[in-house]
Design a protein around this ligand. Structure first.
Ligand code: T3D
Length: 262
């Protein structure tokens, strides 16, 4: 049977590939379970210093598998809040709290929860042919998986509202221009660029990168004063790390630092 999630560990980078291409890598419970298991592995295995998330085939992820949501006239409404509670919310929270960089290589259309799971990654790259679609309005739902949180923060309320309400495909180049993602690449360059970036990140001071995530994601809910206090506390922690010692020593010895991630 085809595995809905493929993983590959090389040079400190765990590549996770969503692998249900005939359904544009939309989520079913098995894919949720295996994605979470792969991320749990990333959290536990000290060899893993960066995660690269991508999709197999022509799409990145089309959100929830809607073939699992078919309804007859007589069916009672399903409690969608329960699936959100069980799968999507824990996934987004886990990704944001993971003390490692997660890079997303959006290889094709990212729709519904698939778009917002891409935006939950720390650095988002995309193929030029890829697009981002808040598909929810087309089926009578509201953006989930952090969409209503990430969109206004990344692109402002006006654009967030239009993206959510109009549910129009946003091409990768426009997503880059408006700051929704970091960079768009020619399709045939995407994976090489994403892999090179991840390999670089995997040689960096992992602990400090994890603390940066903590600080930057906390900023949206903090006052300046609270954020300054948080920076002080995190700097104290980073300053006690072997990688800080190595960074300063290497600078003074005029050589490249060799970070261990500790
Ligand atoms: O339900 C809950 O638990 C609550 C949580 C909700 C989270 C959500 O994500 S809700 C939003 C769900 N997703 C969508 O509404 C997107 C649905 N898909 C599309 O709108 C389009 O497929 C795309 C715009 C993404 C791509 O369009 P296009 O023209 O490039 O491809 P296509 O022909 O529509 O799709 C290709 C195949 O993938 C097709 O199968 P077929 O006909 O070749 O056998 C299509 O049915 C399948 N597919 C695409 N998206 C889904 C899907 N199958 C199941 N579920 C999907 N979401």
């Amino acid at each position: 049977m085809t595995q809905p999630i493929l993983t590959h560990l090389d040079a400190g980078v765990l590549t996770i590939t969503l692998n249900r291409p005939d359904k544009l890598n939309s989520f079913n419970p098995e894919m949720h379970r295996l994605l979470r298991a792969a991320l749990d592995d990333a959290a536990r295995n000290p060899e893993i210093r960066c995660v690269l998330l991508t999709g197999a085939g022509r799409g990145f992820c089309a959100g929830q598998d809607l073939s699992e949501r078919e309804m007859k006239e007589s069916d009672k409404p399903r409690d969608l809040g329960a699936t959100i509670e069980q799968y999507y919310n824990p996934l987004v929270k886990f990704m944001q709290a993971l003390p490692l960089p997660i890079v997303c290589a959006v290889n094709g259309v990212a729709a519904g929860a698939g778009a917002n799971i891409a935006l939950a990654c720390d650095i988002v790259l995309a193929a030029r042919s890829a697009s981002f679609l808040q598909a929810f309005a087309k089926i009578g739902l509201v953006p989930d998986s952090g969409g209503t949180y990430f969109l206004p923060r990344l692109v402002g309320t006006g654009r967030a509202m239009a993206l959510a309400m109009l549910a129009e495909k946003l091409p990768a180049a426009d997503a880059e221009r408006m700051g929704l993602i970091w960079k768009a690449f020619d399709d045939d360059k995407l994976m090489a660029e994403a892999t090179a970036m991840c390999r670089h990140l995997a040689t960096q001071p992992t602990r400090a990168l994890g603390l940066m995530k903590q600080a930057i994601y906390a900023a949206g809910g903090n006052s300046l004063s609270a954020q300054l206090d948080l920076e002080r506390d995190l700097q104290r922690e980073a300053g006690g790390s072997p990688d800080y010692r190595e960074g300063v020593t290497a600078f003074l010895e005029k050589r490249k630092p060799v970070f261990t991630g500790r």
